[in-house]
Design a protein around this ligand. Sequence first.
Ligand SMILES: *Cc1c(COP(=O)(O)O)cnc(C)c1O
Length: 391
Amino acid sequence: MLKISTRLDTLEESVTLAITAKAKALKAGGRDILGLGAGEPDFDTPENIKEAAIEAIRKGYTKYTPVGGIVELKDAIIEKFKRDNGLHYDRADVIVSCGGKHSIYNLFQALLNPGDEVIIPGPYWVSYPAIVTLSGGTPVIVSTTVATGFKMTPEAFATAITPQTKAVIINSPSNPTGAAYTKAELAALAALALKNGLLIITDDIYEKLVYDGFEFTSIASISDEIMCSSVVLNGVSKAYSMTGWRIGYAAGPRELISAMTKIQSQSTSNPASISQWAAVEALNGPQDSISSMTKEFVKRRDIMVDGLNAIEGVKCPVPSGAFYVFPDVSGLYGRNGITGSVSLSAYLLDTAGVAVVPGSAFGDDNSLRLSYATSLDTIVDAIERIAKAVK
Ligand SMILES: *Cc1c(COP(=O)(O)O)cnc(C)c1O
């Protein structure tokens, strides 16, 4: 028998896999399945961005590029940070990777030694603890609840810090909860991080998807001192509907970016040259596709939240950003053989033909994650079906 590395022993298999596989199988078998599991915008990549990619192919930009990205893209990223976040970086402070997830992977590979702890507020994006573990570190989850708007309080943060703590992850707006931190909330967390000499890792991938006039702040932008202790992660996947293009980026302390680039040089090399040119256009070109997208998202969000809150046993907070809702559904447990978020998800798939992601995948068994990156019709239909199924 082939023996797989022991590194995989501690790597948890995603709970979402079972549901996704089942949804696919049911669909293939002819069942009418409504998918609310999507982790990507359903809009097409804007035309000007596609054209830039086609142009890049025509111009023959189809060869290896510098490992950490072409200077045109680094400069577009530097300009974006200046324009949107008031952050000032040089080219050596920036790396372009094959998606934001890849930047995070490079980061933890470059940062962690065995025993190093990384504080992750929960509910969390599934890949954070997985990548920390794969990189030899120890994820320390600080669970939050709807009572604090799914946001980590300074008190909870302080309690989790040990001499082994090396870094803390902030993801605002959050996947899966859609919770977004205010500047004051971030400042309080940053003060604690600085006091304890921690690296702040801020995943700003949903920065553009905020609603109801919420003002996004990158924690790194609060002061120069905080910026020096922060790595900012971002990418074009969510803001420009470019998930398949695989372009993400990070900016932060030069020695860390350089170490990340070294790892990238011995693994993937440069991100796809054509995608890099598309990302240059995404960042430098017209930005109006973002506002049309957020307008549509907010409409869908409101219908989904209202529909869910009308179901007895479901409590759905209104998220400030991203394209997910994260309702507390524990009021439904104990009926219809439902014992938790995994069995509720399976039940909804079986009886209602609606695919959702169990909250346990994100460290919260009381909840479900439903994505509104799908059509209004699908949302209305899905909510109706869910309401009927859990009656
Ligand atoms: C989607 C997502 C990313 C990055 O996705 P890529 O497609 O790899 O750029 C990063 N963090 C969170 C929380 C996400 O939801």
